[in-house]
Design a binder for this molecule. Structure first.
Ligand code: NDP
Length: 336
């Protein structure tokens, strides 16, 4: 019998809802590209990026039975992938389950920052009508240059969703998109992050956290951005230098920063990103809408059932297997 450890986040403060805002959840039969939407004595750990169980090398060493780490969602950087390859651990995540959920959140955050939505909403909550104050930091997105750092599932979905706003779209990625997509969306490709950001008014980060991306958004890169750039990071907090972001908002290099990823998670009450100016942070929720939860729960079950039955886990779910990066992991991650 296998022992499965599930690492969850806290229950809602007032208990589980007895009714929901809607009666059903839209059914997604398949993802773009044809992938179907089916779905320290533990053998299996199931955890979520939203409240991650950091599965470090030390923890692996204390869990000799551990064979499988399932991420209920996307983004397995809370597992030390280097150590996982050495321990022969299989790491799998539910690829595509919440990519569109995050893309929608990114678009919301871009509009929220550029239009100065949150401070204006606060004026309403405070009983005011300070129109001039609300609009003193409000612009149109139309005509701006928007760039994504990585154009995988989320990055490309963001580009698709932004195209109708009549913006100029830029991207960088380790692999260039097909020419037909570049033409359809009128994309400008740049070979790396450093050559992308100076062109952009809005930058959205959609790359996984791995050795190539850790600490990428530091003082040096921020200094090359236009004054008043908006930066949206729903990928992983450690892609950014925490204090450099705070400094860039205070100096005006950044006009706004938004995202939902923090380090560590849960973020401590005194985390500077809670109080820095012009931010639109949320807790880590973009990939955990009820719609997304339905899909990644089904995917988690599918991975677990495959493993228990001894049948192969779908390649697109695999991050590490057989002592090496595998499947989706071999494409998007790197180890040290
Ligand atoms: P994908 O694997 O589809 O896309 C990631 C893309 O990043 C790939 O195209 C990859 O390139 C590219 N990439 C990797 N390293 C670099 C680099 N050094 N420079 C430029 N591009 C790079 O993943 P998703 O789009 O589904 O998700 C992206 C990330 O978003 C996840 O890893 C996770 O961290 C985060 N995420 C956050 C969620 C949230 O709730 N906030 C939910 C889901 C995901 P290539 O493969 O071409 O080599």
């Amino acid at each position: 019998m296998a022992k499965v450890l599930c690492v969850l986040y806290d229950d809602p403060k007032d208990g589980y809802p007895t009714s929901y805002a809607r009666d059903d959840i839209p059914t997604i039969e398949s993802y773009p590209g044809g992938q179907t939407a089916r779905l320290p004595d533990a053998d299996v750990v199931i955890s979520q990026p939203f409240w991650p169980a950091y599965i470090t090398a030390e923890r692996m060493a204390k869990a000799p039975n551990l064979k499988l780490a399932i991420t209920a969602g996307i983004g397995s950087d809370h597992v030390d992938l280097d150590a996982a390859t050495k321990h022969g651990l299989t790491v799998a995540e539910v690829t595509y389950s919440n990519s569109i959920s995050v893309a929608e959140h990114v678009v919301m955050m871009i509009l929220g920052l550029v239009r100065n939505y949150l401070p204006s909403h606060q004026v309403v909550l405070d009983g005011g009508w300070d129109v001039a104050d609300c609009v003193s930091r409000s612009y149109d997105l139309e005509g701006m240059h928007v760039g994504t750092l990585a154009a995988g599932r989320i990055g490309l979905a963001v580009l698709h969703r932004l195209a109708p706003f009549d913006v100029k779209l830029h991207y960088t990625d380790r692999h260039r998109l097909p020419e037909s997509i570049e033409r359809e969306l009128n994309l400008t490709f740049h070979p790396d992050t450093a050559s992308t950001v100076p062109h952009c008014d809005v930058v959205t980060v959609n790359a996984p956290l791995h050795p190539e991306t850790e600490g990428l958004l530091g003082d040096e890169l921020l200094a090359t951005m236009k004054r008043g750039t908006y930066l949206i990071n729903t990928a992983r907090a450690k892609i950014a230098d925490r204090d450099a972001i705070d400094r860039a908002l205070r100096s005006g290099r950044l006009a706004g920063y938004a995202g939902d990823v923090w380090y560590p998670q849960p973020a401590p009450a005194d985390h500077p990103w809670r109080t820095m100016p012009h931010h639109g942070m949320t807790p880590h929720i973009s990939g955990s809408s009820l719609s997304a939860q339905t899909r990644y729960a089904a995917g988690t079950r599918e991975i677990l059932e495959s493993w228990l039955a001894g049948t192969p886990i779908r390649d697109e779910y695999l991050i590490v297997d057989g002592g090496r990066l595998a499947g989706a992991g071999a494409h998007s991650y790197s180890t040290r």
